[in-house]
Design a protein around this ligand. Structure first.
Ligand code: ZN
Length: 258
């Protein structure tokens, strides 16, 4: 539905306004009845268009840590994807020079922020889950004397998310969801979110032990194995290809390349 109209302007039209008082928004949404609007996925933008902070986690699945050649660290490997790289669930991304790779990821949106959030309370600080791609240009990421994760993963359109944010109560088990991606129909990654090294509550606890989390923040939680840079021969995205990324209980996003 059009939340701004249905709530008489109490929430929206800016989607970010829902995160300022998520509990009140949920309470209102539970009771509202509205004829709704016709929804075209192709017209949707990212469900969280302007997150104050975007955290992204590297090597957070055991098999991916193996293929990438990194042993797990005692702290989650954390970088940012600059918010200007966000795009919606049916987007065309112009490939920059270099080797652009895919990374399907579960993306967490924070509702109530906080510092030092205990693991046991972490799910109560989460507005919902969505599908994301952590598109990555591997030459810039890995070629220098120091890694350049944040820059190499923030070209325009390098952070597709969507198609919507699904609140945690909608999942039978939000900690164990099938996650996969395919390129022109060929399955490239296929795993379950229960295989994370640092699971979602642990990420919220460990990130918030250092940084204050804010309403509307996003956490890209890491990718399973099957990236192009770890294949023999290596494989990267080409103009004209279509990448489909899927998470059980959320849906799929489609990213086209030009
Ligand atoms: Zn990633």
């Amino acid at each position: 539905m059009d939340v701004a109209t249905a709530s008489d302007g109490r929430f929206g039209p800016d989607p970010m306004s829902a995160f300022d008082d998520w509990d009140a928004f949920r309470e209102w949404a539970a009771d509202v009845s509205d004829p709704g609007v016709t929804l075209l996925t192709s017209e949707l933008g990212p469900p969280v268009p302007r997150p104050p902070q975007v955290f992204a986690i590297g090597v957070n699945y055991r098999e991916h840590a193996d293929e990438a050649g990194y042993p797990p660290d005692s702290l989650p490997v954390t970088f940012t994807k600059f918010p200007s790289s966000l795009t919606g669930p049916d987007a065309t991304v112009t490939l920059p020079d270099g080797n652009v790779d895919w990374e399907v990821e579960l993306v967490v949106a924070i509702s109530r922020g906080g510092h030092s959030i205990p693991r046991e309370e972490a799910w109560n600080h989460i507005a919902g889950l969505t599908v994301g791609q952590d598109l990555s240009e591997r030459l810039a990421q890995l070629e220098g004397t120091r890694p350049q994760f944040s820059l190499a993963k923030s070209h325009p359109g390098f952070s597709p998310t969507g198609p919507w944010l699904v609140s945690v109560d909608e999942f039978a088990d939000p900690a164990d969801l099938a996650i996969s991606c395919s390129l022109d129909g060929e399955v490239l990654q296929d795993s379950r979110t229960s295989r994370m090294i640092y699971d979602v509550p642990e990420l919220v606890a460990r990130l918030s032990a250092v940084v204050s989390l804010l309403p509307g923040d996003l956490i890209f939680t890491g990718t399973p194995s099957g990236i192009g840079n770890a294949r023999t021969p290596k494989r990267f995205l080409q103009p004209g290809e279509v990448l489909t990324s899927t998470i059980e209980g959320v849906g799929e996003i489609i990213t086209r390349f030009a």
